[in-house]
Ligand binder design. Structure first.
Ligand SMILES: Cc1cc2nc3c(=O)[nH]c(=O)nc-3n(C[C@H](O)[C@H](O)[C@H](O)COP(=O)(O)OP(=O)(O)OC[C@H]3O[C@@H](n4cnc5c(N)ncnc54)[C@H](O)[C@@H]3O)c2cc1C
Length: 362
């Protein structure tokens, strides 16, 4: 994924620990709704942790339309989707919420004491009084190359992200795709690769105009090649990629390749959450609209993943849902306490936190 260029990638890197992390609420998803839920958890008086399967925060806003303007966020007449995510990060900063990226939530088990043990595919374990699913359409996964010979080469020679530029130094590299990720990585990789070829099925791109211009300049300067076509086959004698076949209008051509980076975009997949025993219809979790709780008490669903009559997939709807869900979640974390409602404008502790956070940022 485009990592080093993105200003929204300032969240914490995933922790490598395996001991359970105890928290009042575990928020699954660092999209706009998950981030607002983290702020609201702090306001309500709950500790929380966030996990996201992606390597950066922002959900759909950052993955699908970062530079598009949004006009329907209350009191913000216009801002880009990326700016909205930056503002949400700023808003929850006073609560210093740990964000664990590259962590895909897999399974949940309710213990005898009513708390939840939640595990990620990467080995993190959480012990939470309540679970807030703000997982959008599910975890984003890379769209894979549909060639039978690709599977055996994945993770070594056929890749869906660029973990370290140094691994491509001096190699023949092919990047496949026509969006922002494909163009940005092609431009970055051309500086270390022996030869860089960008392959896209058509001559038009879905990337930002400035990236397309930079790519065309690099091709004109002989710094990289661009081929219109589709990846038709991989040749890997002895299990090591040597060349790729490109299907073009004029026939099939072959190009030397040590590494193939496929950046065809992301697909969302509800994945393991579908097996959590929740009432799921049409890929969405059915909730009670008085508190956005799912059919399993203690597990909440907010934002795009939630479903109820007349549900609108809007960011502002998700904010409202998170706010009500957290008030109910409080009763699981502190069953013995009655939550005292204070408007944020009268919350002196919140005012001190916001002030301290602003001072630290300056
Ligand atoms: C092109 C476009 C334009 C839009 N314009 C507007 C607009 O103008 N106004 C508006 O209000 N809305 C708009 N929307 C809709 C808006 O973006 C969504 O309603 C919003 O992003 C939903 O937020 P969310 O936090 O619920 O989910 P998402 O933004 O989808 O975030 C969910 C996050 O959960 C993570 N996740 C999922 N499953 C797991 C798992 N198992 N483990 C860990 N992490 C997981 C995902 O990786 C993702 O980061 C637009 C959408 C699109 C596509």
């Amino acid at each position: 994924m485009q990592s080093d260029a993105n200003p929204v990638e300032y969240a914490q890197k995933p922790a490598q620990e395996h001991a359970p992390l105890r928290t009042d609420v575990l928020i699954v998803g660092a999209g706009p709704v998950g981030l607002f839920a983290a702020f609201e958890a702090g306001v309500v008086g709950l500790s929380c942790q966030i996990v996201d399967a992606l390597g950066r925060v922002g959900g759909q806003c950052v993955e699908l339309y970062p530079d598009k303007p949004i006009y329907d966020i209350p009191a913000i007449p216009s801002c880009t989707a990326r700016e909205l995510v930056e503002r949400l990060m700023q808003q929850c900063r006073p609560f210093d919420v740990p964000i664990h990226l590259d962590q895909r939530v897999m399974d949940v088990v309710q213990r005898d004491d009513g708390r939840w043990t939640v595990r990620t595919e990467q080995g993190m374990v959480f012990d939470a009084a309540a679970v807030m699913l703000a997982a959008g359409n599910g975890a984003f996964l890379p769209q894979r190359l549909m060639l039978p010979e690709a599977a055996a080469l994945e993770e070594r020679d056929v890749l869906y992200s660029v973990p370290r530029l140094a691994d491509f130094a001096g190699k023949d590299v092919v990047v496949a795709g026509g969006g922002d990720s494909a163009l940005d990585w092609a431009l970055a990789l051309r500086k270390v690769a022996r030869r860089l070829t960008l392959v896209h099925r058509r001559s038009g791109f879905s990337a930002t105009a400035s990236s397309v211009e930079s790519m065309k300049r690099a091709v004109a300067a002989g710094e990289m090649d661009f081929v219109v076509g589709m990846i038709g086959g991989l040749k890997a004698p002895g299990g090591t990629l040597q060349s790729i076949e490109i299907k073009q209008v004029e026939g099939v051509s072959e190009r030397a390749a040590d590494k193939l980076v496929v950046l065809y975009g992301l697909v969302a997949d509800l994945g393991p959450i579908a097996g959590w025993g929740l009432d799921i219809r049409g890929g969405r979790i059915e909730v009670d609209t008085s508190n956005y709780e799912s059919s399993r008490p203690g597990i909440f669903a907010v934002g795009d993943i939630a479903n109820y009559p007349n549900k609108q997939k809007l960011i502002l709807s998700g904010f409202h849902e998170a706010s009500l869900a957290l008030r109910k979640a409080y009763s699981y974390a502190y069953p013995e306490k009655k939550r005292v409602h204070v408007h944020s404008s009268y919350d002196t502790k919140l005012a001190e936190r916001v002030q301290a956070s602003a001072t630290a940022a300056n």
